[in-house]
Design a protein. Sequence first.
Length: 562
Amino acid sequence: MTQPTTSNPTDFIRDIIDEDIRTNKHAGRVATRFPPEPNGYIHIGHAKSVCLNFGLARQYQGTCNLRLDDTDPAGESMEFVESIIRDVHWLGFDWEGRLFYASDYFEKLYAFAIELIKSGNAYICSLSPDEIREHRGTFTELGKESPYRNRSVEENLNLFERMRAGEFEDGAHVLRAKIDMAAANIVMRDPIIYRIKHEPHYRTETRWVIYPMYDFAHCLSDALEGITHSICTLEFENNRPLYDWIVERLIPANRPKQVEFARLSLSYTVLSKRRLIELVQKGYVKGWDDPRMPTVTGMRRRGYSPEAIRKFCAEIGVAKNDNLIDVALLEHCVRDDLNERAPRVMSVLRPLRVVIDNYPENQVEEFECANHPQRPDMGTRQVPFSKVLYIERDDFLENPPKKYHRLGPGREVRLRNAYIIKFENMVKDEHTGEVVEIHCTYDSQTRNAPPADGRKVPGVIHWVSADHAVPAEVRLYDRLFSIEDPGSEGEDFVRHLNPDSLETLTTCYVEQSLKDANPGSSYQFERLGYFCVDEKDTKAGKPVFNRVVPLRDSWTKIAEGK
């Protein structure tokens, strides 16, 4: 796969790498990795890390591994592994055969743990989980040593071997690193590095009943793979001393440098995997690929392109401090991408029937319409026109205000790429009073031409021929949450779910050219927004469209205002 090409940015991470290359650290090599845990689908925050790690490897002619950090069997599955592999590829990156799993190293990690025990740097602790938390202390109180801290090497080895053999229940014992219970950094107060879990692993099945903790497995996996720069988010900053402590005692000649950057926080969105899992499992959304989800899979189904996501990640850059990014910037990048490549078509989402009284019965004309007004290379298409049309219900008002430039009593309007029509009368539902049909006349001399008498017709509306239009379902997606920072709401975040995040319209009509539109293809519905053919629910001849983004670009207006 060809790697995406972009100009090389500068930031503090690249400054660090430049200095390491200047001093010939790691013999001038640059090796990064993207290490997701396979307990969920990756999201836009992971996409930022993907772009950064693979982008660094490309920029410095280095390598980037894809490694699944699968050290906790609870919740991990091949479904998540396959989704991660698929999504990273879709984003445009390739690990060139360097696909690894932390579970590949279980035997080596066990041997490393034995080595720590033998060197007096680890011990078996038999305190309960609550007791371990109590002994750890607080930010203002020093920790207390476990009564099991000074077990002999022989006893520790014996207990650890029996733990592996499955003799003990979950929680009976843990293996802890022997560091310093008085350390200012709580992470360094004898952290747990192995625990008992009688739970089958999706790859190793029941061969193991003890599993390494993430902090133990992650740094050693980096070192085993020859990673030079371990790029991670700020929440791991306090864990960096433990990362270094473990590697220095077990693989000192091959210690990577951990560098932290700000994780992505996006407005009107939650990116905590635990919260995303809750949204899926409790049915607040329709799965990981729901187009309202910030997962890469969900964004792809909604109609976001990998190019737009990569552009967004480049726009926000790499920062040292956490901040909330306006989701409008992401939408701007998506809109900017689609504006360039999405063909234009006409569709009617809320149809109102229009009969052109003076148009010949059974006559059908073909209008040649440009697929893109600025891209002649995208060609043209033929759009049929007939006596009966559908227009948007919003394009007619019985009592229009003064500055309303669409159709109404006594008004004219131009039909896009076609004729000027004039309102004559309307038909209402006798029970509700709702307008259900309007009758117009057309000026036959105005086919793609101005009126001969020079009169001004300011409004232009879109339409479809009733006899030729294709029925379609259209899903109007909006932001999933109704407040800017739902992530700050703790466990109560779901009460801010936007009840209008999805509106499904089932009586829409689209041009006949879209009858067999390819799933995943994107279009601009003129005057309405950008839409994508749903990959999952579209059937032959029965298209389903997802709104990707509206036409209005609030981010550009915000940026210009600033």
